[in-house]
Write a protein that binds this ligand. Structure first.
Ligand SMILES: [Zn+2]
Length: 233
């Protein structure tokens, strides 16, 4: 029997809400590094999605190269719908992973408990509906801003891994590209989770430089699931 989109969503919603008992016990594990490995690797994570062309650029990097990317989706941006087919294909191929970065990027420590839930659950449902993809347990609180209430509510929804970072490319403001590359050069290293953004198109030159740094260090980027395994531990 064919599963309709509606039935799928109902099933997905129910699956999310059933484990109430486990929920009370759910604990968060905050991460900013990858587990030790014999392979030289790091996690290139990319947030937000304000620019559709920037999102496309990163999808193409994952599609054509050896670096697997984790994209933290802010679901109010149209970029994620614009590239829905390519995203679904890359998810299927294991070249990208998606994480929950809320619906509209509010600082979760400044809003009501109901709003925290709405922000996380709305983004969760978007990814289920658009890509048939369950992003749990990884979420990134906007601005890295979190507290015990945020972590507890996220954990109740199955988002038990607040994903922070060891270093940033510093591209949230109007950072000149040369500086972004300098910061990439500073922070990309074995075992680290680094944060980048797809809110403005970076030039091909800057992205080539960043990929050159990765290659020169004998590294490749892996998704969080590749590093932590299917059942996070
Ligand atoms: Zn963000």
């Amino acid at each position: 029997m064919e599963i309709t989109r509606q039935k799928f969503l109902v099933a997905a919603t129910t699956a999310l809400l059933i484990p109430q008992v486990e929920i009370a016990e759910a604990k968060s594990t905050v991460i900013s590094r990858l587990p030790a490995s014999k392979t030289r690797r790091f996690a290139w994570t990319i947030d937000d999605g304000a620019s559709s062309s920037a999102v496309k650029t990163y999808l193409d990097i994952a599609e054509k190269g050896d670096n697997h990317l984790t994209l933290f989706v802010t679901s109010c941006y149209a970029s994620w719908r614009d590239h829905s087919k390519q995203i679904a294909r890359l998810l299927e191929a294991g070249k990208i992973q998606l994480g929950n970065h809320t619906v509209s990027h509010k600082d979760l420590t400044t809003v009501s408990q109901g709003e925290i839930k709405k922000q996380l659950y709305g983004c969760h449902l978007f990814m289920l509906e658009e890509f048939g993809y369950d992003a749990r347990p990884y979420f990134r609180p906007p601005y890295g801003s979190t507290n015990p209430t945020v972590r507890a509510i996220a954990a109740e929804l199955g988002y038990t891994v607040p994903t922070m970072w060891y270093g940033t490319f510093g591209d949230t403001g109007n950072t000149p590209e040369g500086r972004v590359v300098q910061l990439a050069n500073k922070w990309i290293a074995n075992g680290r989770i680094v944060i980048d953004h797809c809110n403005r198109t970076k030039s091909r030159h800057a992205l080539d430089d960043i990929q050159g740094i990765i290659k020169a260090r004998g590294l490749h980027s892996v998704t969080l699931t590749e590093a932590f395994g299917k059942n996070f531990k």
